[in-house]
Design a binder for this molecule. Structure first.
Ligand code: PLP
Length: 452
């Protein structure tokens, strides 16, 4: 008999970021197409994707205007690089547009194929810059525990997750500071303000211990995404930025998830009221239709890097598909769609409803300890005991069970630690949101009843 799609997927895929026992037991979900925020599997089953793919399919799975923009560009000029001073008109248009919509009054853009590569490229830019300015020892990178910056050797070293130990990472010189999650890491009796101050002090102590002249830059997601949707503690960026400025350490905002509307503003740094020295973008940049990342340099870094490159006549770094014309054409259309077709507005209009619905679910549950998030990115954290915030035993895989039960019910959401993450496409309607609430609560009740 012919093998099922699920068995064929299992036989030929070397899966990344996939819980193998779970996929062997349940089978992979093999998808064929999408409609709005829904995806359909080979058996015709429909799922509401409350994950937007991987945070990126913000315009849903069948946006005609985006597909048309891609097709038109494939017909017109289907591929080119941006080396040797040759680049496509679409690349020029996108760079102009990115600076226009950025918080910067001027700057420059460098393109990659992914968010990981954009972070890697930024690190190389900082190393290149400091060396060119006579500070070759300025190479250490500061990030935070629970941060996710990617999977390449450098960006995985920046990522603050214990799972990277299996690769012998992080490399030396990547330093992780405390995650700014007050609910989990605030100490007994400590106010949120005091917690923020403690983290700012930790940053300054670290800079002084390591030596400011050894530190190349500080990277932060405005809201940690893959760390479990963790907005910063109150006043966090306002507390750390003056310290970074004092020691001349650039602040890089990794907006791979937060960029282009996810937090309710174009950029997460606007939602949290700080201006970084550069922005890392990917995912939403092309509404998930093309693998593309961008480093958007603010005025000072842009000018200094340009001067450093002029000195040796080139910045020796780039990818074959940097600034790919089809990716750029799609990104131009995606920015237009998000900003001018009501998607950003929909996030702002419906995010209070999303928060209220999730809060009601939390209030009705004995085992949801925290709701956190902003805009269209939220997480519910499961706890064994609410008053003491005691987590479930890790071996129970509580969030995976909840996510699997959701999948059975036709809802895709993501388990992260002991949290369930919801980051729906920006096109979500009220009715679809209600469907999400209903299925999610049904799954939570079922799993918590089984664990009781
Ligand atoms: N930075 C952040 C904040 C991310 O969330 C991700 C991916 O989820 C990355 C970087 C890496 O992007 P990519 O998977 O495109 O390499």
């Amino acid at each position: 008999t012919p093998q099922s799609w699920e068995a064929r997927a299992d036989e030929y895929s070397f899966y990344g970021f996939t819980d193998l026992p779970s996929v062997h037991q349940r089978g992979a979900v093999v998808l064929t197409h999408g409609e709005g925020p829904y995806v359909f599997d080979v058996n015709g089953k429909r799922y509401l994707d409350a994950n937007s793919g991987l945070w990126n399919m913000v315009a849903g799975f069948d946006h005609k205007g985006l597909a048309d923009a891609a097709k038109a560009q494939y017909d017109r000029f289907p591929g080119y690089h941006s080396f040797f001073g040759r680049l496509s008109d679409q690349t020029v248009l996108l760079s102009e547009k990115l600076i226009e919509v950025s918080p910067f009054d001027h700057g420059r853009v460098f393109y990659t194929n992914s968010g990981s590569e954009a972070n890697d490229s930024m690190v190389k830019m900082l190393w290149f810059l400091h060396a060119s300015e006579g500070n070759p020892k300025r190479r250490k990178i500061l990030t935070r525990w629970n941060a996710y910056h990617g999977v390449t050797v450098v960006s995985a070293s920046m990522t603050g997750k214990p799972y990277n130990e299996v690769f012998g990472l992080p490399m030396d010189g990547f330093i992780h500071l405390t995650c700014p999650h007050y609910w989990r890491f605030g100490q007994e009796g400590e106010t949120e303000q005091a917690f923020t101050q403690r983290l700012a002090q930790e940053l300054e102590d670290t800079i002084q211990r390591e030596g400011a002249d050894t530190i190349a830059g500080f990277f932060a997601e405005p809201v940690m995404g893959a760390g479990g949707v963790i907005p910063p503690s109150a006043g966090y960026f306002q507390a750390i930025q003056p310290i970074l400025k004092k020691y001349g350490i650039p602040l890089i905002s990794d907006e791979v998830i937060c960029g282009f509307g996810r937090t309710g503003n174009t950029w997460g740094c606007q939602t949290f009221d700080f201006t970084p020295d550069a922005i890392i973008s990917s995912k939403n940049l092309t509404a998930g239709l093309f693998p593309m990342g961008a480093v958007i340099l603010g005025p000072e870094l842009s000018d200094r890097l340009q001067a450093a490159a002029e000195k040796i006549e080139e910045f020796p770094h780039g990818f074959t598909a940097s600034g790919h014309p089809v990716g750029c054409a799609i990104a131009l259309k995606a920015i237009d769609v998000v900003m001018n077709e009501g998607l950003a507005e929909n996030v702002n209009r419906l995010s209070p409803r999303l928060e209220a619905g999730l809060r009601a679910i939390m209030d009705r549950s004995e085992h949801i300890g925290e709701l956190r998030g902003v805009g269209f990115m939220w997480a519910l954290e499961a706890v064994k005991d609410k008053p003491t915030k005691t987590p479930f035993d890790g071996s129970l895989s509580v969030s995976e069970r909840i996510a699997n039960t959701c999948t059975d019910l036709g809802l895709i959401c993501r388990p992260l630690g002991q949290s369930i993450v919801l980051c729906p496409p920006f096109i979500l309607t009220e009715e679809q949101m209600d469907e999400m609430f209903e299925k999610l609560e049904q799954a939570l009740n079922k799993v918590f009843a089984e664990l009781a």
